[in-house]
Design a protein around this ligand. Structure first.
Ligand code: HEC
Length: 148
């Protein structure tokens, strides 16, 4: 009996592993390699993007479109570009992105600046529509590319 259990485990273990692997979704996104500092800069940006979106939605819920506009322009819009140019000496994340990925990045910044402009006019329906364009860029990039 003492010998039987390890033997049974040895027989069952690979089977169990195969079983769990079956349920794991595959990742079909293109892997983009970046040096560690660029990747760290991107990660910091991403965390701030998410926090900024949350802040924008909070302002939107209170009808504070001016504040939503300011946050969007400063933290997601064209004004937020090129933050690492000095610190990373031109080795920021954008430099390592394949062209289509970089294009999506640019379209995110321009969608955010467009939202900032629209939100300043205070029309809720138009502002939400413009905000959705920003999120569409987050989704487009995330569905196509990964860095790890
Ligand atoms: C140009 C491409 C691109 C755009 C646009 C983009 N991301 Fe990302 N984001 C990435 C990549 C690449 C990663 C790394 C994840 C990976 O490799 O799987 C990432 C990671 C993240 C992470 C995880 C950070 C961590 O490590 O915990 C968050 C959160 C995130 N993005 C939020 C956003 C939000 C919100 C937006 C839109 C406002 C956005 N991203 C737009 C490419 C992008």
């Amino acid at each position: 009996m003492k010998k039987l259990i390890p033997l049974l485990l040895a027989l069952v273990a690979p089977f169990a592993a195969a079983q769990t692997q079956q349920g794991v979704p595959e990742d079909h996104r293109q892997l983009v390699k970046m040096p560690a500092p660029a990747q760290a800069a991107q990660r910091a940006d991403m965390l701030d993007h998410l926090a900024a979106l949350n802040e924008i939605l909070g302002y939107a819920a209170e009808g504070k479109w001016q504040d939503a506009s300011d946050t969007a322009e400063k933290r997601l819009g064209e004004s937020s570009m090129g933050k690492y140019r000095m610190a990373l000496r031109g080795q920021g994340p954008g430099r390592f992105m394949p062209e289509p990925m970089r294009q999506i990045g640019w379209s995110m910044h321009s969608a955010a600046s467009q939202f900032a402009k629209t939100a300043r006019e205070g029309d809720s329906a138009k502002s939400f529509a413009a905000l959705q364009q920003v999120m569409a860029s987050c989704v487009a990039c995330h569905m196509s590319f990964r860095t790890r």
